[in-house]
Design a protein around this ligand. Structure first.
Ligand code: PLP
Length: 365
């Protein structure tokens, strides 16, 4: 039997499979631990909205039926929330799915796709799958460098993926810099604003990307129910763009991309402002606590506008990650992002944060 390498699409030969945060069950099995804290995937530690849980339970008896393929009710509810038409929305199986759709709909062989050098891996994956040329641009002090990105645009550039706030750095680029970029980006370059963490932003000056969509620019905004809404396990995200662009994305989406339970959970979570406020308050408190403890340990970290912190241990973080695992705390080592001395730690509940700080103190102490 011969190998299959020659059969594979060229673009994917140098791709590495995505390495997700290590699941709790794997750590339990491998290390025989029972109490495990997972601060590796930027989930909502305080759990989903109770309204979402109840909605899922109500929906369960109907899972013999296909879902409504375009998530009409959810689009209508989002349309009300944003005060625009429901034809400005596409619902996907998580924002991950929408990132893939942007690539499937727009990236041709040889198109250049620009993004930051240290950012969410899905942009590289879909670019390469589609045969595009991936153009990572160095961050400036761990912030997306929009001037350098604009300077890198050529006639072959098709798309810019702009993650704001950025994963894994947690840093946010402000309105002025974004306005400047949008004044210069040629109209035939599509700008994808990945705003998965926008709800956590505390700092003033977060750019409002919606006016670009309403002005008719080639802009796609991506949002998710996985973070502040706390329903990562059921996979719902949405894209906002002018109807023509939504129409192209809909040509490449799976017919039933978002399932019945996900749609019900997302709809209900939009009603639960109390849960939203609770998640936000817990995140603010956790951030304050972690900053304070990291300062005591004289560790450097980047200011975060998200529900995670990127911490520079100034030493190899892979061995720290393994030591942390043995203490029952799962974090994310920075090597996967090309930052081998960093760790990315999700802001958890107070007891989870304490457990992480205790492990950190024991290991680096
Ligand atoms: C920047 C960014 N975009 C998109 C996603 C994907 O989110 P979803 O769970 O909606 O697929 C993530 C998930 O961590 C993310 O960090």
């Amino acid at each position: 039997m011969t190998g299959a390498e020659h059969l594979v699409r060229k673009g994917i030969l140098d791709l590495k499979p995505y390495i997700p945060g290590k699941p709790i069950e794997d750590v339990q099995r491998e290390l025989g631990l029972t109490e495990i804290v997972k601060l590796a995937s930027n989930e909502t530690s305080i759990g989903p909205s109770p309204l979402a849980v109840a909605a899922v339970q109500r929906e369960v008896p109907t899972i013999n039926l296909y879902p409504e393929g375009t998530s009409r009710l959810l689009r209508e509810k989002l349309a009300k929330k944003f005060n625009i038409g429901d034809d400005y929305f596409i619902i996907g199986n998580g924002a991950d799915n929408l990132i893939s759709l942007t690539g499937m709909a727009f990236i041709n062989n040889g198109d250049e796709v620009i993004t930051g050098e240290v950012t969410f891996q899905a942009y590289e994956t879909i670019t390469k799958i589609m045969g595009g040329e991936y153009v990572p641009v160095k961050l400036k002090d761990y912030y997306f460098d929009l001037e350098a990105i604009v300077a890198r645009i050529t006639p072959r550039t098709k798309m810019i993926y702009f993650c704001n706030p950025n994963n894994p750095t947690g840093t946010m680029v402000k309105k002025d810099a974004v306005e400047k970029m949008m004044e210069t980006v040629p109209d035939d370059v599509i700008v994808v604003f990945d705003e998965a963490y926008c709800d956590y932003v505390d700092e003033k000056g977060y750019p409002d990307s919606l006016p670009y969509v309403l002005e008719g620019r080639n802009v796609i905004i991506l949002r998710t129910f996985s973070k502040i809404a706390g329903i990562a396990g059921i996979r719902v995200g949405y894209g906002i763009a002018r109807p023509e662009i939504i129409g192209y994305l809909r040509r490449v989406v799976d017919p039933f991309t978002t399932n019945r339970l996900g749609q019900a959970a997302a709809l209900a979570s939009l009603d639960d402002t109390a849960h939203y406020q609770q998640v936000l308050a817990a995140n603010r408190e956790g951030k304050k606590y972690l900053y304070q403890e990291l300062d005591k340990l004289h560790l450097s970290y980047l200011p975060t506008e998200t529900n995670f912190i990127f911490i520079d241990l100034k030493r190899d973080s892979q061995s720290f990650f393994e030591q942390c695992l043995r203490k029952g705390v799962i974090i994310r080592p920075g090597k996967i992002y090309g930052c081998p001395t960093f760790i990315r730690v999700t802001i958890g509940t107070h007891s989870e944060n304490e457990k992480f700080i205790q492990a950190l103190t024991e290991i680096i102490g």
